[in-house]
Design a protein around this ligand. Sequence first.
Ligand SMILES: [Zn+2]
Ligand SMILES: [Zn+2]
Length: 228
Amino acid sequence: MVSLGRIRILELVEPGFFGGVLNHNVVVVEKGPSGGLMMIDTSLPMNLEKIELYLRAWGYFLEDVSDVVVTHWHHDHAGNASELRKLGARIYAHENEVEYLKSPPRYEIAYNDVKDELKVSEEEFKSTVERIAHLEYDPVTVDVPLKGGEVLSGFRVLHVPGHTRGHIALFDGNFLVTGDAVRGVGKLTPPLRFFSWNYAEALDSFRILTSLPYSVIIPYHGEVVTRW
Ligand SMILES: [Zn+2]
Ligand SMILES: [Zn+2]
């Protein structure tokens, strides 16, 4: 767990991601809109115990999470949102993600479409797609649909479509939490093309986000980059 001013980053890892290990930067902010902790994204299903251990190391319990912001419907972001809702948290997501969170579509990816971008063997590709297809995903009900422009605990909601239709990022003038609209693996890049709903819009959103006057940019996958 890393503490940066008023935010904390809980780093979880996803082994077996196209031959590598993908990290997940779950952000937690104190004093969420409902008074407890505000969590931004929640990692894959079945990671709730790990999240709880992080929170307990910081003196909190899962029940202290009062608000959960989901940047987009993908399972590595929304995977534990439903469980947290059962414990009392309110769920926030863009209005365009509401239906996808309730009944997510299946990923349709062919090896030939991605082998150059991913540089992955066919075997590793197949095992990753299999694993993702069999995740036990609990559908998520959104309590507070967003349009963009709202302010949650000092963070303005930015609608940055492209990776998905209703992808959002959060910016408080200092910390920029990008979800998958910016990827930080090695360097800051746009999201992977084959996982994006509209790649041209994803490129526009990437340019908009990376030109903001942030001090710290927190991509969900990859490295946190500071301008200190
Ligand atoms: Zn995603
Ligand atoms: Zn992701």
